[in-house]
Design a protein around this ligand. Sequence first.
Ligand code: NCD
Length: 327
Amino acid sequence: MMRHLISAADLSRDDAVLILDTAEEMARVADRPIKKLPALRGRTVVNLFFEDSTRTRISFEAAEKRLSADVINFAAKGSSVSKGESLKDTAQTLEAMGVDAVVIRHGASGAPYNLATSGWIDAAVINAGDGTHQHPTQALLDAFTMRRRLIGPDAGLGQDLGGKRITIVGDVLHSRVARSNVDLLHTLGAEVTLVAPPTLVPVGVENWPCEVSYSLDQVLAKSDAVMMLRVQRERMNAAFFPTEREYARRYGLDGERMAKMPEHAIVMHPGPMVRGMEITAEVADSERCTAIEQVAGGVHTRMAVLYLLLGGNEPAGAPATRTEESK
Ligand code: NCD
């Protein structure tokens, strides 16, 4: 297993399947009365968030605590970063305090890579989203949810997503979720189609391992999962489509469109959802929408990543037995 997790593209098929299988073990721990494992006891993990986050931040914190790590939360707002302190100085401050892992979210693409390779710190670095670049744990939790729903929690063990057809819809241009998913889903053998208005399709997409379509209606019937993306207004400096209504009409998922999907197919969303824009309330609240399951799976998947990166070498379920005996 690698030392850092910077990009979904760095994961081999076997690494990714190991993370998903370990996440299933972590999910079983969550069903026990005592949800904690001692795996990271005595290790310190810092959550270094320079950009807003709800799900990712809370789910990393829950994962770290369930593994018994000491957790430090750092939000750039309210810290010396607002006084102009650089990433290097912030990182070295953390290093001086003896941290074992840094979970970092940053507005600049490449910040986690810099942190991991600069020599500023010794800690393992986990990318929790950098600019429009990568969000590898999101892709892993999405794959975890797809494997559970499309194959099954037990039947899926050891399996990849070979032959599954996944459609990713919306603001691909500004989406680190889309980039990470394209990389990981390709590694896992799935066939990916991106659907977006031409203005929101990145330059160079022809070199990505996926197809591109401009018509959502044409691809729905051949999708096993349809992943909706939020329009990233905070990253836009121009008008990329005429009006919200026009966007919703062509690229939004409503009940009528959802009915065109095969019966087994699921609707996914990384959150935060903008109801009425990329997804209607009817679809968001339907049984077929896995947004909440994705959040739950996020804790299990992040536990697996932390456990494997920080040197877990016993089967993940094993230490829990000891916890229960020693309680
Ligand atoms: C995404 C992100 O921050 O990249 N959300 C998440 O991590 N769950 C997607 C988004 O903000 O739209």
